[in-house]
Write a protein that binds this ligand. Sequence first.
Ligand code: FAD
Ligand code: NAD
Length: 482
Amino acid sequence: MSDKYDVVVIGAGPAGYVAAIRCAQLGLTTACVDDWVDEQGKPRLGGTCLNVGCIPSKSLLESSELYARCQHELGEHGIKTQDVSLDLAAMMARKNKIISDLTLGIAALFKSNQVSWIKGRGRLLAEKRVEITAGKKVTSVEADNIIIATGSSSIDITAAPVDDEFIVDSTGALCFSEVPKRLGVIGAGVIGLELGSVWKRLGAEVVVLEAQDAFLPITDEQIARDSLKEFKKQGLDIRLNARLMQSNIKAKGKNKVVEVHYQDDKGDQKETFDKLIIAVGRHPNSDNVFDEEVDLLLDERFCIHVNEQCETSLPGVYAIGDVVRGPMLAHKGSEEGIMVAERIAGNHGEVNYDLIPSVIYTHPEIAWVGKNEQHLKTIGENYKAGIFPFAASGRARALGTTTGFVKILSHAETDRILGVHVFGPQASELIAQAVVAMEMGASAEDVGLTTFAHPTLSESFHEAALAVNGNAIHVANKRSKK
Ligand code: FAD
Ligand code: NAD
């Protein structure tokens, strides 16, 4: 291990490892320090995203969806099946293999790009040194530039402390060894809905307790309303305005259960679950990352304070990903990593924070980019809306997934697209075309004048764009063109 680098990155999640690879590609000598180890104590690259986040959750969402479709939907296609049964251990093994392949892939990328992987815990010291603690060994390295990418962790709540057996966070909820009969979820946010869906599809009775009285307030209001109805229809028992007060682990026969006390509009309530998932948000990993003598500013949410270019209060020290402001999303962190690498190398680099897509991987999926109607109304922007329901899409009918719609919002005078909201099949893929169109400053008319292959789900994006100006073909327009 060298003692001096052009760049040292602390943290090898999707923000840090991408930054490190790009720095090395740009000819900078680069090291990446990371302290993640798997259950066997083996160091692993990829951070939360690969090990206990995006990838394992999507693997289980895919497997559980196939299981549910085999049980409930194949008959409609004229396919007869018998005795569809679950091998949870095999499902988990598949998930673990995907994680292991991908994390090994990053190690290979580090090797081929000559990024030095330093295994241990990094801490920023004064004068651009990084202290590295690996077991009892403490060393340090020096760098001209330091990028902090230490990510985030699940928020704990005192009313239900995680014990990793009956009360778990998202990490525990990705590796239950059997399907809980009754599963409680605290928080109807992204994790609560995704992991609640996984276990519901695998056979659990799922009750989701959400403290707020609004469901998914971050999404388009119409999507929030329709998706709540749809998820309830799927059997997710989502209870809003439910404030958790206390929980106890209690004996029930030979087993133990979690007893949960909460309050709602009707007063004090009690529920009993075999497992309880706590999914009430994540906090930035900004503690113990820098020495007391280092004058690094944090913001009011304990994120490392940065400007638009991810520069911290210290020259030559940058911070990216979940540890800084903005949505806690893997792709946001990766783009920040690339921006910082380019800027360190003296190139141009920026992130368009207005156009970061969001996806919730439920069934159907929810995805959006740009502004929603609530926001446009609040800021007094004049806009037009075009909606195309998947029920009118031939491809969605062939797929057997007709719930939901594409909604495009564009400026009332210029027609420039301001926001796109999708609730429906493959929304996560469809939203990419909206991001590209908006990055290029497209109007709804531009998209309307573009040819889309038939029959595809993308045609719904095309038709929604046509609907903005009253020109949709396969659905009645609200305002017909004069
Ligand atoms: P992390 O991925 O958290 O990585 C930080 C790394 O730094 C870790 O390896 C950590 O061990 C290491 N580290 C921390 N402190 C130190 C230190 N002092 N020294 C050395 N190493 C240190 N986002 C999406 O965009 N799409 C999804 O579908 C999605 N699904 C998710 C599902 C779940 C269940 C969860 C929990 C999260 C999900 N996310 C998703 C969020 C996504 O995982 C995060 O936004 C992303 O991982 C953040 O990347 P990061 O590099 O900033 O931090
Ligand atoms: P979240 O912020 O999405 O949702 C947390 C929910 O818990 C909120 O609705 C909140 O009102 C509720 N809540 C908070 N305290 C509560 C309490 N005491 N009782 C009941 N409800 C309570 O957070 P999350 O679901 O934990 O996910 C964390 C972050 O991870 C997300 O914000 C997102 O950035 C990231 N993530 C992204 C994806 C994705 O991109 N598909 C998937 C999973 C996680």
